[in-house]
Design a binder for this molecule. Sequence first.
Ligand code: FUL
Length: 492
Amino acid sequence: MKNFLLIAILAIYSSACLCQSAPKPYGPLPTKAQLNWQETEMYCIVHWGPDTYTNKEWGYGDEDPKLIDLKQFDALQIVSAAKAGGFKGIVVVAKHHDGFCLWPTKTTEHNITKSPYKNGKGDIVREYRQACDKLNMKMGIYCSPWDRNSAIYGKPEYVTNVFRKQITELYTNYGPLFITWFDGANGGDGYYGGAREMRTIDRSTYYDWPNTWAIARKLQPGAAIFGDVGPDVRWLGNEKGEAGETSWETYTPHSPDSTKLPANSFVKSDEGIEGHRDGKYWMPAECDVALRPGWFYHKSEDGKSKSPKELLNLYYKSVGRGACLDLGLSPDQNGRLPIDEVETLRKFGAILRNTFNTNIAQGATLKASNIRGGNAALYGPKMLLDNDRYSYWATDNKVKTPELIIDMHHNKSFNIIRLRENIKLGQRIDSVAIDAWRSGKWKQIATATSIGANKLIRLPQDENTSKVRLRIIKSAACIALSDFGLYKETID
Ligand code: FUL
């Protein structure tokens, strides 16, 4: 009898524990480097080099380093403008397709020491590092695989003796990076040490990506690797800065040889925009877009840069769709950002701060239709309001379509809704609907798909209500929602 009682007590106890244990992760999961990248949300990629002086976007590689006569370069001016815009990092284009290296590399003569800058003692990459450290900004590096200057581009030795040595220098000597950026472009023609000819390569095999990425993994384990198809962050397939309204964090790359790791340059742009539900890899999208029409500065494009409102639209279509926004900045021939662009960034940052500083749902009473194991302290909906991406409201394993009522007690006005999942447990939620309490009835005001790391819903007009209801319409597993926010977009 005694034994029977003991077994019964143990059985009740362990089933309660089971219900209160964390939900099982669903599908592919982000790595630490991917989580850090995701939290960065917005960063700027800075293009400056010989093209800035030749009015080109893709230099041939025959540009004379003497062109670069920088008198007022100030990395702090550029990095602080980005910071004022709310960006959290900078990707330095250390070498573009013209092969000119902005740091004193041992791999080629075609580098900053051959320019008049600081009498041949300059190191632009180091100056960015110092500015980033000073302003507490993250740093990433872009080193173009395509090199239109190198005489041996196209031969295997270029990859082993030049390109890989360059990234080794960059990943060893310039501190911790949050992203290593690999571009997929190859237009064929170039200077190539004077040969001036077409050199096409097989983009999926020439750089031997698994072994090239291994250098980044070893030297910069905290960095997410960006490439056309990852392996950590995927390209969308366009440079407009817009992810799909439905945008999954997971993706299955199309590789010529599906038995191998994802090969670069096999993104299908329409699929890059939306990703794949239940894709094989955790591979969220980066939305890259230039502030000006081109990536490099061209005088003829002065006054044509995007406005704060245009940046805001892009923000909702990138960060608001679970991707990151990578905005191109183009310092001019003095090495400075044009003053009107500094002002644009400041205004954009102010709109974001004013909008997202106050979660209007704070202080509301939250009533969930289900709480995992009934354990409100661990998995209750109050976790949605603590501004922590990884604490979460969870439901019992079988409950995939719960509801939540957010009672604010008084009428409040808002026009943005924010939802986030705890992505450490994967992307679980397919779709949701949101209702507002209007004249004694629930009225649906919004729907959204693919919640993931961040989902911002912009309502067509202000909503004035005291109660909001969130309905999870479809989820692949019990939910692990980390954030619910209501905001009022404030543009002066
Ligand atoms: C592209 C490059 O070809 C552009 O010049 C620019 O660097 C952009 C960020 O990536 O693919």
